[in-house]
Write a protein that binds this ligand. Structure first.
Ligand code: AMP
Ligand code: MG
Length: 414
């Protein structure tokens, strides 16, 4: 059996970033991956700005101010945000507002609570300010020509805001990774159809499609394919066309009704991996030749193939742990590892499993982890109840209070 980390390393080793990029409106670039570095054409803020409502002054003019001997200055200009500022005349103060340009010559802003407007219109200060106070310096956030978002960054809402803050109206992104998915199993029915004896609903279609879409993939859903070799081969040929990855679910065990292996073997190549993990274990990785579906097809090369197990929790976990990083790599993301947190187990598990377990667990209010009682790979309830997976090494019993490795679903779906 293959260790989880080794299986992942093999997958990532094989993943090559897709070619092709496009320019998209920054407003539409959420979740996409940057194809080029974004650097700032300007300083942010673009000028020295006030971070308070108050008065812009020269600190030296107020050097001697105290409660007993306040210093009064005439107000020489008024500067609201968004308006230009004239140089500050010596021995005067400028009325200024938050976000407004600090006038040349001023080196300090005194907040209005520390200033007193006198009857003659002058403003008096009973304290000597610290030079530089309440001024956000030009370029304090971002310096001109610096890289603010490197190529390979997945664009979060915050990243879009940052790009917009330096004036980027469009962004160069990697084209979407194209994934064809299908489901094997004569027992599968779609919600809305009647369930005759022996049939079950195709829940994995919903989970996996939503996961793929969340990752920003362009998904072709080829639906349910009967447990027959010819049908599986034909669907594979169709799926190879114009797709980067073919993802299947079910039929990767080695039973008589499992046709995925011989079908991929006939249309390309496949390695059957037995991964020392629970849930999961069988995972198939390979490739399907392109251009075999029609005589006139001119496509060449091959599409990657990953075959997931059919058990709902197994396919969910193997997707998160293997398919997600693989797809992110295809779309040019450099850092594909989820963050893992050290957390306290508020339960005990007497016996360790031979395999690397990924236990569905939930964060409780005291900051520890509770375990879902039924860890069967068919029990989808555990994935909805849980907040993430405990990565428990092989042959390791967990005692209450022990610190374990926890991977939140939020990290695995980013
Ligand atoms: P298989 O990997 O095809 O041997 O399937 C393992 C188990 O998962 C069987 O109990 C299947 O009925 C179930 N299963 C397979 N595909 C799906 C699916 N798309 N949705 C829900 N359960 C499935
Ligand atoms: Mg099956």
């Amino acid at each position: 059996m293959l260790a989880t980390a080794d299986a992942l390393a093999r997958l990532l080793d094989a993943a090559r970033g897709v070619e092709g990029r496009e320019s998209v409106d920054t407003l539409d670039a959420g979740n996409r991956v940057l194809a080029t570095d974004v650097s700032s054409p300007l300083d942010v803020p673009p000028m020295h700005t006030s971070s308070m409502d108050g008065y812009a002054v020269r600190a030296a003019d107020l050097a001697g101010a105290s409660e007993g001997a306040p210093v009064a200055l005439p107000v020489s200009q008024r500067i609201p945000a968004g308006h230009a500022a004239a140089p500050l005349a010596a021995g005067t103060a400028a009325r200024i507002f938050t976000g407004a340009t600090v006038p040349p010559g001023a080196d300090t802003v005194v907040m209005q609570e520390m200033a007193q407007v006198a009857d003659d219109g002058r403003v008096s200060f009973a304290q000597a300010p610290t030079a530089g106070e309440w001024i956000t310096r030009q370029g304090a956030d971002i310096q001109r020509d610096s890289v603010i978002l490197p190529a390979g960054t997945r664009l979060t809402p915050q990243a879009l805001g940052l790009a917009a803050s330096v004036g980027c109206a469009r962004l160069e992104v990697v084209r979407r990774v194209r994934v064809a998915i299908f489901f094997t199993g004569d027992e599968l029915r779609m919600p809305g159809e009647p369930l005759e004896p022996g049939a079950i609903y195709n829940s994995n279609r919903f989970t996996l499609r939503a996961l793929l879409e969340k990752l920003g993939c362009a998904v072709s859903d080829l639906g349910i394919v009967p447990d027959r070799l010819d049908a599986t081969r034909e669907t594979l040929r169709r799926a190879a066309r114009e797709h980067d990855l073919i993802l299947t679910c079910g039929g990767v065990s080695v039973g008589e009704e499992d046709h995925v292996k011989p079908a991929v073997e006939a249309e390309g190549r496949i390695s059957m991996w037995q991964i020392a993990m629970k849930p999961g274990k069988p995972l198939a990785f390979g490739a399907v030749r392109r251009g075999a579906d029609t005589a006139e097809s001119s496509e060449t090369g091959e599409a990657f193939f990953i075959g997931l197990p059919g058990n709902p929790v197994s396919s969910f976990c193997t997707f998160l742990l293997f398919v997600r990083p693989f797809l992110l790599r295809l779309s040019g993301v450099k850092n594909v590892a989820p963050r893992v947190f050290s957390m306290r187990a508020d339960f005990s598990q007497k016996k360790g499993d031979r395999r690397n377990e990924f236990l569905r667990a939930r964060v409780n209010e005291s900051g520890g982890l509770d375990l879902f009682a039924n860890q069967s790979s068919a029990v989808l309830t555990s994935t909805v109840w849980g907040d993430g997976l405990i990565d428990n090494p092989p042959n390791h019993a967990i005692s209450e209070g022990e610190i374990v490795r926890f991977i939140p679903f939020s990290e695995l779906m980013r």
